[in-house]
Design a protein around this ligand. Structure first.
Ligand code: BMA
Length: 379
C-alpha cells in the first residue's frame, strides 16, 4: 500500500496515472484519426501553445479568397496551427455564411488545412430559431440572428416537444451533410473541433445564461451531440464546451452537458483593460485544472488584444498562457473591408510587429512546428 502511494506521489500530477486510463475522446466510436488528434493535442498542450486564427484561410482585411493565402502566412511566413471556420447560416440551407463566405470554399479550405497537418475548429452563430420568423422581434437590428435575445423561449422551442423541434432537426441534418463531406483524398473523415452554442456565460446569444435555464442549455448540447453522434453516425468530431469571461469555476460549469459529451473545456476572453492579465490567469488556472482532472483538452478559443497596446502579444498574452496546459489560443477574424485599397498601410499590416515575438517564442506553435508532430498518426 505504502509503495503504491509513493509511486503515485512520484508520478506527481501525471494524468494517466491519476485517472488510470489514457485520455480519449468522449465518443467511444471516434475514428482513429480523431482519437489520435485528441491524444496528440493532450500531450502537446503540456509542451506549448498552438496559434489559431479565425477565417485565416478565407480572407483578410484587404483580400478575399485567394489561393493558399493567409494573413498569418503573409506576416510570419507560416500558417496558423489552428484554422477557425464559421458555419452560421448553413442551418438555413444558404450557400454562403453570415459573413458571406461560400460553404463550398470553407469545405475546400478545411480539407486543405487537414492535408497540411493542421487543426480545424468550427464555430456556429446559428440564427435565433424562434424570432427569425418573427418580423416584430424587439431588437430589430439583431432581429432573428444569433444575437437576438428578445425571447427567453428560443432554446425551449427547439428541444423535443418545442414548436421548432422539427426545424432544428433539419438544421442539424444540414450540418451533418456538411460534416460528412469533409473527407481526405482517401475518403477518411477529417477530424475537427466543433464549438457550438459558445460563450454561454454571456447573455448576448439566444443560448446565453440569462436567456435560457442551465438545464435547457445542457439539454440543447446533449440533444445536438447525440443527434450528430448516434443518429448521424458522425465520429470525427471533438466537442468544445465554451464560456465567455467568468470569474469562478462554478460560473464556468453552469449548464455543462457532461463528460460523455465534451472533449475540450474552452473559454473566450478579450482584453478590455488593465485587469485582463489577472482575470485571464485566474480563469485559466481553474479551467485547465478542471480539464486535466476530467482528462479533457483546454483552450483559449477566442481572445483579442487591448486597443492601442503595442506589446500585448509578448507582454500580456504569452506570459499568462505559457503557464497553463492550453492547447491553443485563437484570435478572431480580420474582417474584409472592400473599401481598403492595396496602398492602405494599416490594412496591409494584418498584425502588430509584436506578433513576431509571439511567433518566435519557443513556447508557441504554428503550422510547421506541428507538422512534425503528425497529430493524426498513432503516438
Ligand atoms: C462575430 C463578429 C461578426 C461575425 C461573427 C461570425 O464575433 O465577427 O461580425 O459575423 O463573429 O463570424
Amino acid at each position: 500500500m505504502k509503495l503504491i502511494l509513493i509511486l503515485l506521489l512520484t508520478a506527481g500530477l501525471s494524468i494517466s496515472v491519476s485517472s488510470g486510463k489514457e485520455p480519449s475522446p468522449a465518443d467511444r466510436k471516434a475514428t482513429k484519426e480523431t482519437v489520435n488528434l485528441f491524444r496528440s493535442l493532450y500531450k502537446l498542450q503540456q509542451k506549448g501553445i498552438m496559434y489559431g486564427h479565425q477565417d485565416d484561410l478565407m480572407y483578410g482585411s484587404t483580400w478575399w479568397h485567394e489561393k493558399d493565402r493567409s494573413d498569418t502566412k503573409d506576416f510570419t511566413g507560416d500558417y496558423p496551427a489552428v484554422a477557425g471556420f464559421e458555419l452560421g447560416h448553413l442551418e438555413l440551407g444558404d450557400e454562403r455564411s453570415l459573413d458571406s463566405v461560400s460553404f463550398d470554399q470553407i469545405a475546400e479550405q478545411i480539407k486543405a488545412h487537414y492535408s497540411r497537418g493542421g487543426v480545424i475548429t468550427i464555430s456556429w452563430h446559428a440564427n435565433n430559431p424562434l424570432t427569425m420568423q418573427d418580423p416584430g422581434s424587439k431588437l430589430r437590428r439583431m432581429g432573428g440572428t444569433a444575437w437576438d435575445v428578445s425571447s427567453k423561449e428560443a432554446v425551449a422551442s427547439i428541444l423535443p416537444g418545442g414548436k421548432n423541434h422539427e426545424m432544428f432537426n433539419a438544421w442539424l441534418d444540414r450540418l451533418a451533410t456538411f460534416f460528412r463531406e469533409l473527407k481526405d483524398d482517401t475518403g477518411r473523415p477529417v477530424p475537427f473541433i466543433f464549438r457550438p452554442f459558445h460563450e454561454h456565460s454571456g447573455s448576448f446569444f439566444w443560448w446565453g445564461t440569462d436567456i435560457c435555464t442551465d438545464k435547457q442549455y445542457s439539454d440543447l448540447w446533449r440533444y445536438t451531440v447525440q443527434y450528430l453522434r448516434h443518429k448521424k453516425q458522425l465520429h470525427n468530431i471533438l466537442y468544445a464546451y465554451n464560456t465567455d469571461k467568468v470569474t469562478s469555476l462554478e460560473q464556468y460549469m453552469r449548464g455543462y452537458p457532461g463528460d460523455d459529451m465534451i472533449d475540450m473545456l474552452s473559454i473566450d476572453m478579450y482584453d478590455r483593460g488593465e485587469k485582463f492579465g489577472g482575470e485571464l490567469e485566474n480563469a485559466l488556472a481553474f479551467v485547465t485544472r478542471e480539464a486535466i482532472g476530467r482528462n479533457k483538452l483546454a483552450a483559449l478559443s477566442e481572445t483579442g488584444e487591448r486597443w492601442g497596446m503595442k506589446d500585448w502579444w509578448s507582454s500580456v498574452l504569452l506570459p499568462v498562457v505559457s503557464k497553463y496546459p492550453v492547447s491553443y489560443v485563437l484570435t478572431w477574424r480580420h474582417t474584409y473591408r472592400s473599401r481598403f485599397r492595396g496602398s492602405d498601410s494599416q490594412a496591409n499590416k494584418p498584425f502588430p510587429d509584436d506578433f513576431m515575438n509571439f511567433y518566435n517564442s519557443p513556447g508557441t506553435f504554428f503550422l510547421k512546428e506541428i507538422q512534425g508532430e503528425n497529430l493524426y498518426k498513432r503516438r
